[in-house]
Design a protein around this ligand. Structure first.
Ligand code: THU
Length: 160
């Protein structure tokens, strides 16, 4: 028997001014877009903005449905848009944030399990790491250089 360990590293920034210019722009765009979410059921509006490898910036927000499981998260709506609009490009960095009437938006959001699975497949499909910039409207910001690290021992197809 062997004991094994998977290590996970991320960076903590205390405010948007500490980020590099490209990351700050992406996070600010995501923060500005929370009102594009359609979240009448949870009232938790999530917004994502991504820089693609071709220089384009794409957006995503959560889009809910009266049949709750039909809803899609901001991260996966972004990945679907990116892959449809610019199929040759991959996501270099994705900023994610949220706004809510019920909760203070002062701590980082973290992608749900389903989104981690989708992000992992995007990385594998394009063969590049995706950076994540996770935050609320204010407060700490986490930067994760390898988003797939959020889903250790992920299920993947051997075909891609
Ligand atoms: N949601 C996202 O869009 N992204 C996340 O990372 C976490 C959760 C959405 C799903 C649902 O519409 C609402 O936030 C509340 O869970």
């Amino acid at each position: 028997m062997q004991q094994r360990q998977i290590q996970f590293n991320y960076q903590l920034f205390q405010n948007i001014q500490e980020l590099n210019e490209a990351d700050a722009l992406l996070l600010q765009s995501a923060r500005n877009n929370t009102n594009l979410a359609y979240a009448p059921y949870s009232r938790f509006q999530v917004s994502a903005a991504a820089l693609l490898s071709n220089g384009e910036i794409v957006f995503g927000t959560n889009q809910e449905n009266a049949s709750y499981p039909v809803s899609i998260c901001a991260e996966r709506s972004l990945l679907a848009s990116a892959a449809t609009l610019f199929p040759q490009a991959y996501v270099v960095s994705m900023a994610v944030t949220y706004q809510s009437l019920q909760y203070n938006s002062n701590q980082p959001i973290s992608p749900c399990g389903m989104c981690r699975q989708a992000i992992t497949e995007h990385q594998k499909r394009y063969g590049h790491n995706m950076r994540l910039i996770l935050s609320g409207q204010t407060g700490d910001i986490y930067v994760i250089e390898d988003a797939a690290a959020l889903l250790p021992l992920a299920f993947t197809s051997t075909k891609i």
